[in-house]
Design a protein around this ligand. Structure first.
Ligand code: ADP
Length: 484
């Protein structure tokens, strides 16, 4: 089985969010199970910036390649490197000075043109490199036009006509909605612009193209795969997803057990495991010291998030004054909407001994929080998979979540009778229920026997990529069978 995996973000070359973690990890685990994977991504400026830190070497493969279907004379070059931690996962970098020279991943002259250019460059590269892939695995809206291209302009291509396509939705809310005029730039046949194709309320919808034309679709948790077929979570694409229901799967993301291991993680203060769990407390003390919080044995609740409405910050706003009545500390790390940055800044000013508000992006502090806190808060409105709760479970930091999407698939309510369960949560999107869940966690924190049990359950939760990689192989086989 040979797979071309296509993504705008790949860790460690260029990361913005969870997508990069997935595409940076999954190929390593597929490789171990005998699948040959090549990755295709844009040659962002960040790729050069991160090279010294991660020690990958980049070489040029080919240059001056045109994209014949597009309304542009821009050409691209192909560079190549290897995914760190893999044996043989090639990473092909699509380079073009005009489209991919911005400081950030999602920046540049025109995000729609960039996505179209990249998608075409990938298809042209595959034709040129002449690798006979079984599967093209595309991710999110930036690569959503690849399946429609395969089924139209490349339908008779000797190499590409045999390739099956798999589309993964990492977050349905981001769809790539643009003016219909981009159809012309993209060189796509006009007949595709209708309700059964790329048209979406008068706009061109890149993600919808992928959802309609890929051979199989998946998203990053079984619960989210069900939720997005409903009006409430469907982001106006639930109808399309219901039509494709028999080709739609949910595969939970794993986490990189080597990168995220409290026993070996160099970014945390003191390493620990289940056998010497008392060392976790040292991480807590050191975190309190670094952040200027009183060094007391009270429950410390962490939160690491993009500060956007998806993350349930509006229901948090309603209850944080009540939460502040408890003898607790709260550590926030995040950046995002001004409204929420202001909300947290004010809480920090009002309760300086309880709140540590860190409005920045800092991966080292993030690890110290995963290791040093007692609890981790994720009251999301929706959550395709969520990585934060998985990292915190692995570090014995007990998640308090809203049971939706991947949060519902990874966190199980603690049951004091059976001793099972690895966290606390609530179902409806109500601030009173969130408050109750936090209070419940604080209650069990006081009981050392129960708390040790919950930590044990958390740290032994199965979250590795091994089983998810097996599921992806099954998905590829289904796509291949459909194509044949
Ligand atoms: P999403 O993909 O919706 O942002 P996830 O929970 O799936 O949410 O992934 C978020 C990832 O980004 C996690 O690895 C989290 O630790 C990290 N992250 C988010 N905000 C920050 C920040 N301010 N500093 C460091 N890491 C962050």
């Amino acid at each position: 089985m040979r797979v071309a995996m296509v993504s705008y973000e790949v860790y460690p070359f260029a990361k913005v969010g969870g997508l990069a973690d997935v595409v940076g990890a999954l190929p390593k685990y597929l490789e171990r199970q005998g699948v040959a994977v090549d990755i295709f991504m844009p040659y962002h400026k960040k790729v050069d910036e991160n090279a010294p830190k991660f020690g990958y070497v980049i070489e040029k493969v080919s240059e001056g390649i045109p994209v014949p279907h597009l309304l542009t004379d821009e050409k691209f070059d192909i560079y190549k490197t290897t995914l760190p931690g893999s044996k043989n996962v090639n990473v092909f970098l699509i380079s073009n000075k005009y489209y991919f020279s911005a400081d950030e991943v999602y920046a540049g002259p025109d995000l729609a043109e960039q996505a179209i250019f990249f998608s075409n460059a990938v298809l042209e590269s595959i034709g040129r490199l002449n690798f006979s892939y079984d599967i093209i695995h595309v991710n999110d809206w930036q690569t959503g036009l690849i399946p429609p291209y395969l089924k139209t302009l490349y339908r008779d291509d000797e190499v590409l006509s045999k390739v099956a396509s798999v589309m993964t939705i990492h977050n349905l809310a981001y769809q790539g909605l643009y003016e219909p005029s981009y159809m012309k730039f993209a060189g796509l046949p006009e007949y595709l612009f209708n309700i059964d194709g790329l048209e979406f309320y008068g706009k061109m919808n890149f993600l919808k193209g992928g959802l309609i034309f890929s051979d199989v679709i998946n998203t990053v948790s079984p619960t989210y795969a069900r939720e997005i077929q409903t009006k409430e979570y469907g982001e106006k694409l639930d109808g399309v997803l219901r039509i494709r229901s028999s080709d739609l799967y949910g595969i939970l993301n794993g986490i990189d057990y080597e990168e995220y291991n409290p026993e070996t993680d160099k970014r945390i203060y003191v390493n620990y495991n289940l056998q010497n769990i008392e060392k976790k407390r040292e991480n807590k003390r050191m975190l309190q010291r670094e952040l200027g919080l009183p060094e007391k044995d009270v429950p410390v609740i962490g939160m690491i998030n993009r500060l956007v409405v998806q993350k349930g910050l509006d229901i948090m706003a309603e209850i944080m004054d009540y939460v502040s009545l408890f003898d607790i500390q709260f550590v926030l790390l995040g950046t995002g909407d001004k409204e929420y940055e202001d909300m947290f800044r004010k809480l920090g000013e009002r309760y300086p001994d309880k709140y540590s508000i860190n409005l920045k992006f800092d991966v080292v502090l993030a690890q110290k929080i995963y290791a040093g806190c007692d609890m981790f808060l994720m009251p999301s409105r929706y959550e395709p998979c969520g990585l934060g709760q998985m990292y915190s479970l692995r570090y014995g930091t007990i998640p308090i979540v809203r049971y939706t999407g991947g949060l519902a698939d990874t966190v199980k309510e603690y049951n004091p009778q059976t001793g099972e369960g690895n966290g606390f949560g609530f179902e409806g999107f109500e601030s009173a229920d969130l408050l109750k869940a936090i209070a419940k966690a604080i209650y069990y924190y006081q009981d050392k026997e129960h708390w040790q049990r919950i930590i044990r359950n958390a740290m032994t939760t199965e979250l590795s990529w091994d089983s998810s990689a097996k599921e992806y192989i099954k998905l590829y086989q289904r796509a291949k069978a459909k194509r044949q």
